[in-house]
Design a protein around this ligand. Structure first.
Ligand code: ZN
Length: 100
């Protein structure tokens, strides 16, 4: 939800003018925050994929971004844990079939 800078009432995201007072709506700080959040989510997904396929690189990246993006870093640690368990189980299963 955006807030009209002219009258302060809530307006729809995709409207380019306020339907309460008719003021033109430009990119305000709130819209910027929303865009920034979406951008971070996309980057976050890439980081989580890296963490899954390259746990060691993911671990280094997570350590680096921990200070600025604690939530993303925590998700990465979670994904790394899951991927390590996943690879351990896969290795065990493959090892079992090779042994048999
Ligand atoms: Zn307005």
């Amino acid at each position: 939800m955006k807030v009209c800078p002219n009258c302060g009432k809530d307006v729809m995201e995709d409207y380019d003018s306020c339907f309460h007072c008719g003021a033109k709506l430009q990119l305000n700080s709130e819209t910027y925050v929303v865009d920034h959040g979406d951008h971070l989510r996309e980057v976050g997904l890439v980081f989580l994929l890296i963490a899954f396929f390259f746990p060691l690189i993911g671990l280094i990246v997570a350590m680096m971004i921990k200070r600025n993006h604690p939530l993303l870093a925590r998700n990465m640690f979670l994904v790394i844990t899951v991927s390590v368990v996943f690879y351990a189980v896969m290795t065990a299963i493959i090892g079992f079939f090779i042994a048999v």
